[in-house]
Design a protein around this ligand. Structure first.
Ligand SMILES: Nc1ncnc2c1ncn2[C@@H]1O[C@H](COP(=O)(O)OP(=O)(O)O)[C@@H](O)[C@H]1O
Ligand SMILES: [Mg+2]
Length: 264
């Protein structure tokens, strides 16, 4: 269970560039919830995930992860509990290291980094088994430098790294948006498979409303730093893209930009 209470974050407070990115956000996430998150550009989606991951101190509010108040914990300490995948496939893996070295680093997530990573035969066997699930043949390329892999292969490896040690929470920030449609679908299928097989709790930001409707058991929409829609269960299963568009135009009033452009 994750409790996020009254979280507020502003950037450049008091200057002309002031942005109130999160305005008192509350969210209770149950174990095993897979929540999709939508909202227009600048709505506060990434800032929300960053707030949970501890990228910056909050202005106010509280974050409790499985009975531990992590509000004051630094990012590296929260990383022991949280797996993350970003939009850019280059961010998740270290290009200069081999596949097995990246996986060995992922095994140590949240622990203090030590110099040199000893990889034992049984680690290799474990890595091979996990890589085989991806169906990309990477299990035969343990010593290949990650920098030589395609974007899709790197993102698949990043998904594996984020879940290699079961995270208490998985944060996905538009993690298929930079990929071509076919590769994006492959990563989404992998996401569903990893979430299902490990019964993970996950928050997934997406610009794709079909994805947001199809995946997960709950959907939330951000608008101007607030959660303005929260739909779960049966209501979510019956949800259509047009319903979301309608809710979204009600919120936007006459701001004049095509909703479909912003959300699709
Ligand atoms: N580090 C930062 N410094 C200044 N402004 C930021 C920073 N991060 C985000 N913002 C601003 O906060 C608002 C919310 O951004 P973000 O959470 O990235 O939106 P989204 O992910 O929904 O597109 C935007 O106006 C953005 O420009
Ligand atoms: Mg974002």
């Amino acid at each position: 269970m994750i409790s996020i209470t009254n979280v507020t974050k502003a950037f450049n407070l008091g200057s002309v560039n002031e942005v109130r990115a999160l305005n008192g956000v509350d969210l209770e996430v149950k174990d095993g919830d897979f929540i999709t998150i939508i909202g227009s550009n600048g709505a506060g989606k990434s800032t929300f995930l960053n707030a949970i991951a501890g990228t910056f101190p909050l202005d106010s509010g509280r974050i409790v992860l499985e009975d531990q108040d992590v509000t004051k914990w630094p990012e590296y300490k929260r990383a022991a509990l949280i797996g993350r995948v970003f939009q850019d496939p280059l961010l998740g893996t270290c290009a200069g290291a081999t596949i097995e070295q990246n996986l060995a680093m992922a095994m140590k997530r949240g622990q203090r980094r030590t110099l040199g990573i000893g990889i034992r035969a049984r680690d290799r066997a474990f890595f091979k088994e996990k890589l085989a699930v991806l169906g990309l043949g990477l299990e035969e390329r343990l010593k290949t430098s990650t920098g030589l892999l395609s974007g899709g292969q790197r993102q698949a490896l990043t998904m594996l790294m984020a879940t290699l040690v079961r995270p208490r929470l998985l944060l996905l920030d538009e993690h298929t948006a930079a990929l071509d449609p076919k590769t994006g679908s492959m990563i989404l299928e992998l996401t569903e498979e990893l979430v299902r097989s490990q019964n993970l709790t996950a928050l997934m930001v997406t610009h794709n409303m079909n994805q947001a409707i199809t995946l997960g058991n709950r959907l939330i929409m951000f608008h101007r730093g607030r959660i303005v829609l929260d739909i779960a269960g049966e209501e979510k299963r019956n949800l259509k893209v047009d319903d979301l568009l309608r809710r979204f135009s009600e919120l936007r009033g006459d701001e004049g930009v095509s909703d479909r452009m912003l959300l699709c």
